[in-house]
Design a protein around this ligand. Structure first.
Ligand code: EPU
Length: 441
């Protein structure tokens, strides 16, 4: 049964009140799930978000022979001791971009990996050339097998064992950095990753692996050095998933637009410095605590939100994953804002839908738009195109006047745990409604 979100908009009124908690980071949890392949014993994870992408990764690991157990809320136990080979299910892997990170640990452990070109959000070309080149440098051979539509790569380490290598990324890649960091943990000798990505999820992964016996230095900087070891042992030490900075940032955008007194809790403000800086510059009254961020407007004071230019950038720059919520924000600010999406070429395709709601957004090319504001938004029936733009449509629906319907809620569930329940707790009128597959609401 398909589901839609039905949202009664606030017509721009600053009425939201209360606390909204942030769950563990999708893009951290998925990589630690992949890292379970490096372990000789059971791995326990805590604060794991209950989202579709975690389920898909669980299915992929189970299909490979892992024992994946969902325990109490947010607790996941994974044992890969019975895993026998590195042949990924083409069907499941194609549905999840993060499946690519399994290639590193699988190849390092079994000497061979089979995998399809990964799927995930449709936000651009999403090549894997950096992966293929890196594996070659570590001494692997690459070929393609299988019939059309079911083709898969076969990568084999010469002599059954990856060798340490020096890898320079032409583009900083988050999953690339994580994949090679994990591959190198079980490879022979030393690997150096240069122009590595700096995202906090990479650092927390390295810290946890080190606490279980890995030898990784420099994670969180642009040069990471890994010395290969044998299988890691968790010895019961759990990985606690770092808070999701993208979810926290998206909630902060909602609070910036419509919060009278909203506190985002269970988050890590230092992972969101660029967004906090940009919103503060634009006029949002923000107070940062140790694990909280508050937007509070005193009395009946009107807050003047001003235009601000955004350029997405690798961490610690402005995250591409918060670009879409930010564009919705900029439809409500005074003046012209330029947004330059530098990471993915398909990530501004949703803006025409905001224009249909009343926004004034001009697209110059696939990477650059101008937003002129403020413009009131009208309710609309929208289809969530991908995870992040899907949440941006929810935000647009909350800002708008009238009742909006957001289809393809599944896309939003991929990355946000029952987001409607948490939004309702701060005063958003949002319902999840099942609809028959053939019904158009
Ligand atoms: N790139 C290449 N060749 C490669 C790999 C990447 O040219 O082999 C390019 C990409 O096309 C892009 C740039 O490098 O232009 C950066 O891409 P990156 O590899 O860093 O992206 P990713 O690892 O596929 C992760 C997150 C994304 C997030 C980006 C950027 C995961 C599973 N995905 O993707 O998250 O947008 O980093 O921060 O960690 C999301 O959560 O909705 C999402 C899309």
């Amino acid at each position: 049964m398909k589901e839609v979100f039905l949202i009664k908009g606030l017509a721009g009124a600053r009425k939201l009140l209360g606390k909204i908690p942030v769950r563990g980071a999708k893009n951290a949890a998925l990589k630690v799930m992949a890292a379970s392949i490096l372990f000789g014993d059971k791995l326990t994870m805590k604060n794991v978000p209950e989202i579709e992408d975690v389920n898909r990764m669980g299915d992929l690991l189970t299909d490979l022979g892992a024992d994946v157990q969902y325990k109490n809320k947010g607790v996941l136990e994974i044992s890969t001791t019975e895993m026998r080979n590195g042949k990924m299910s083409v069907e499941i892997a194609k549905r999840l971009r993060a499946s690519i990170v399994l290639t590193g640990p699988l190849l390092a452990r079994f000497g061979t990996v089979h995998f399809p070109h990964p799927g995930g959000c449709v936000i651009g070309a999403r090549p894997i050339d950096l992966f293929l080149e890196g594996f070659k440098k570590m001494g692997a051979k690459i070929s393609v097998s299988g019939e059309k539509g079911k083709a898969y790569y076969v990568i084999s380490a010469r002599g059954g064992k990856l060798r340490g290598a020096e890898i320079f990324f032409r583009n900083q890649s988050v999953t690339g950095t994580e994949t090679f960091m994990m591959a190198a943990v079980l490879a022979e000798g030393k690997t150096v990753i240069k122009n590595a990505a700096l995202e906090p999820e990479i650092e927390t992964l390295a810290e946890y692996l080190n606490s279980c016996g890995a030898k990784i230095s420099g994670a969180g900087t642009s040069t990471i050095t890994i010395t290969g070891t044998s299988k890691l042992k968790s010895k019961g030490r759990a990985y606690v998933t770092t808070p999701d900075r993208i979810e926290a940032g998206s909630f902060l955008v909602i609070a910036a637009l419509l919060g009278e007194d909203v506190t985002i809790t269970d988050c890590e403000p230092k992972h969101l410095e660029s967004l906090i800086e940009v919103l503060t510059y634009s006029g949002v009254p923000i107070k940062v605590g140790t694990n909280t961020i508050t937007v509070k407007v005193s009395g009946k004071k009107k807050v003047q939100l001003n235009a601000v230019d955004i350029k997405t950038h690798e961490y610690p720059g402005f995250p591409t994953d918060i670009q879409a919520p930010m564009v919705v924000y900029l439809t409500q600010t005074k003046g012209d804002s330029l947004v330059f999406e530098t990471i993915f070429e398909g990530r501004l395709n949703y803006v025409e839908w905001l224009n249909r709601m009343g926004a004034e957004i001009t697209m110059f090319d696939p990477h650059r738009v101008k937003i002129s504001g403020p413009t009131p938004l009208n309710s609309k029936e929208l289809e969530s195109p991908d995870l992040r733009a899907g949440l941006a449509f929810v935000i647009a629906g909350i800002v708008a006047k009238g009742e909006s319907v957001i289809h393809n809620v599944y896309n939003i569930d991929r990355g946000y745990e029952r987001v409607e329940e948490r939004l309702r707790a701060i005063g958003v009128s949002i319902e999840r409604i099942p609809v028959a597959d053939s019904v158009v609401v």
